[in-house]
Design a protein around this ligand. Sequence first.
Ligand code: PHE
Length: 363
Amino acid sequence: MTSDTTATTPTDLAALTSELTSEVAAATDLVALEAVRVAALGKKGRVSALMGRLGSLPADEKKSFGAAVNALKAAVTAALDARKAELETAALDARLATERADVTLPVRLGPVAEGRVHPVSQVLDEVIEIFADMGFAVAEGPDIETDAMNFDMLNIPAEHPARQDHDTFYFSPGADGSRLLLRTHTSPVQIRTMSTQKPPIRIIAPGRVYRCDSDQTHTPMFHQIEGLVIDETTHMGHLKWVLEEFCKAFFEVDAVKMRFRASHFPFTEPSMEVDIGAEAIGKPGQWLEILGCGMVHPNVLRNCGLDPEKYQGFAFGMGLDRLTMLKYGIPDLRAFFSGDLKWLRHYGFGVLDVPTLGGGLSS
Ligand code: PHE
């Protein structure tokens, strides 16, 4: 082996150059290469040691020796740089090969897969999506209402028989004798909206409602969606169109048979109940009642400060739980509110399956 501390001749330097460059070539990773660099070019490295000898040389040798060592240094540096680039590329290739991600794999849901959206929440999202697309805004009102909002303003005076139908939950009377109650329908949101907004009005109002009633198809708390449209020329044709479009979109079919039966609500005139042909949900030959509706009664408009000579419109109220049972074939309403995890896993919806008209409501 050439001894660098005594090497002075061009032959010695050439031998050292080839020794160092082959060490560089032999380095198999970046750590080994760095060790080679330090041993050659580091402060205490072999090339630096040669440079250190420069001062002790006779003047006539200094120049050529210095130049030769610099050439050696440049050659080793170039070899180091080239090898470093090679090793870095190889390291990157190795990483890319092991860390490859298949972006076509389905999302791993983890804990999200455990959660379920309740069928009523899913249907609420679906209904809002459909009406939002028709230009309806979502309005809300409180669950605890006054007698006035729930009844009087809706043209249901104290002695009206409709009050008995509603099986109302009342709170204890206050000092002035007035009683708060749990709203028996979402219709008070009509009043709240018409008393505070100027027409044109186009809202839906989803929410919880309460009636003292319980069997397979009735629970003391259930959900309704109210609809209200008020403008100067709004008529029953608009009502029919909106409800038909809603039913087609909601049941995800091209046509739905609908039957409008004359009915009576104190706050609408005329009033109707709407049935759909149950073939929409795979039960041909049957009719299913899904909602009540009608043209807003002039007294109701007047109660809210709207001139019935100028404004008119329609309202409807649907049972959300009933729509859910129909669309998703769920037999017992009481199970909706039992908090049974097994039931929810069976009937619930994936957290990431947000219903949209573009992407599909229920798929
Ligand atoms: N509020 C009525 C009910 O609960 C439904 C309804 C709403 C009817 C709006 C007509 C207009 O039965």
